[in-house]
Design a protein around this ligand. Structure first.
Ligand code: UD1
Length: 419
């Protein structure tokens, strides 16, 4: 069993370079199923969710050639199966994109229900609504979702809730459908725009991605070859920005799109840190104990739920009592108990948590409860006095490439240990 061991207390200083976005790559890879050809995708992060996604793609006939650490050549000319097995799909959340992509290409998909972080109820009703609106017949049994369509026909889809996954699945299903599809109340996250950019580069006709109305004119087929580079990871960048605040450090984060980070930047400034925005890089310098602040998580461009636990660490040591209202997931405060073991004073009641700032955190053995909670505990360990051991780090490996290497370069005394 691996764990991350950290000797605090360190003020992080230096530069870090952000990799490709997990949530974009994890949609773009299944989207290659729609291409009856070969494409090369660059800036793919080396994380376990990507590895599992590639394993599934290979099982259904896609040939993947690793050209370099972050570049894959993907040959989807020969799809040999429309079935993605439950033992693999249950290992990560975004496996549900295989359904939209296989349905779009083959008019048939049988995909094991998705797994992923346990953040509370993760329904798929809006995905199903989209499949059905476009002509799919959906059956769920034995832990699998099967969708068949005689023909895919563009349609108007109104999403009852703003859902990243349902927006992407609707796009994947509609790209090769006949006629026009409109997705109203669509999610606007940067990874939705990135997927649309990729598909458009490959010959799709998608407009409006990044707004709440996406219009897709179905095309007969996509191009037989192309290249694409995945957008930088907004959440990885935000994680390092908040690490600078929590450790009273000075970090320059390179290769990020600072426009994607506006909600985080605004809160960090409110907390009293200095922020310098260079457009494709951002410097966060925090020279004093952060001020208290309140946040509510919201769909993009609001404060991302995926940065909520990392923000929680900064609040745990802030001056005064801060409040987080979580509006996306029911169980996103599982990390609170772990931070309290380190001396934090946090009370969570349902989807609201109160962070009574303490002078310092003290190292302890703690358990990652999900991906972002894991990143938060690593930051807490760097900020805390003494030794912290973070367990369950397989969660962290799902979405952060070489987290210990990147923090070590910023001065953290951190290592991965195999027990
Ligand atoms: C994606 C991200 C995840 C992030 C989340 C919100 C990926 C792989 N994962 O997850 O990291 O935390 O967006 O930014 O990109 N909902 C329904 N019915 C549905 C679908 C969703 O009610 O059919 C609800 C969910 O319960 C949740 C909200 O909509 O309350 C948002 O979920 P959604 O945006 O779909 O999250 P994911 O795509 O699973």
């Amino acid at each position: 069993m691996e764990k991350i061991v950290i000797e605090g207390k360190t003020k992080l200083k230096g530069e870090v370079t952000i990799g490709g976005a997990k949530n974009a790559a994890i949609a773009i890879l299944p989207a290659t199923i729609l291409i009856n050809g070969i494409c090369t995708i660059d800036n793919i992060p080396e994380i376990s969710d990507i590895k599992i996604c590639c394993d599934i793609l290979e099982k259904i006939g896609v040939k993947i050639n690793r050209i370099s650490k972050h570049t894959l050549q993907i040959d989807s000319r020969n799809i040999t199966s429309v079935e993605a097995p439950l033992d693999l799909t249950s290992k990560f959340r975004a496996s549900y994109y295989l359904t939209g992509a296989l349905l779009g290409r083959c008019k048939h998909a049988t995909v094991g229900m998705p797994g992923g972080c346990k953040l509370g109820a993760r329904p798929m009703d809006q995905h199903i609504k989209a499949f059905e609106a476009l002509g799919g017949e959906v059956e769920i049994e034995q832990g699998r979702i099967e969708v068949k369509a005689k023909k895919l026909q563009g349609n108007a889809i109104y999403l009852d809730v703003v859902s990243v996954g349902a927006t992407i699945n609707a796009m994947l299903t509609a790209v090769l459908a006949d006629g026009v599809t409109t997705i109203e109340n669509a999610a606007k996250e940067p990874h939705i725009v990135d997927l649309a950019n990729f598909l458009n580069k490959m010959g799709a006709n998608i407009i409006g991605a990044g707004t709440d109305r996406i219009k897709i004119q179905g095309v007969k087929e996509l191009k037989k070859e192309g290249t694409y580079s995945v957008v930088p990871d907004q959440i990885e960048a935000g994680t390092f920005m908040l690490a600078a605040v929590a450790t009273k450090g000075d970090i320059t984060i390179r290769n990020c799109i600072t426009k994607h980070l506006e909600s985080v930047t605004a809160k960090i400034i409110e907390m009293g840190a200095e922020v310098e925005d260079f457009g494709d890089a951002i410097r966060v310098n925090c020279t004093k104990r952060p001020n208290k602040v309140n946040i509510k998580t919201l769909p993009y461009p609001g404060f991302p739920t995926d940065l909520q636990p990392q923000m929680g660490v900064a609040m745990a040591i802030a001056n005064g009592t801060s409040i987080i209202s979580e509006s996306i997931w029911d169980s996103r405060f599982q990390y609170v108990e772990e931070l309290n073991r380190m001396g934090a004073k946090i009370t969570a009641q349902g989807k609201v948590a109160f962070f009574q700032g303490v002078d310092k955190l003290i190292g302890a053995p703690v358990y990652a409860t999900d991906l972002r909670a894991g990143a938060a505990l690593v930051i807490a360990g760097i900020a805390a006095e003494g030794t912290t051991q973070v367990y369950n780090i397989e969660y962290i490996d799902r979405g952060y490439e070489d987290i210990e290497g990147k923090f070590a370069k910023l001065g953290a005394k951190i290592q991965r240990v195999n027990e």
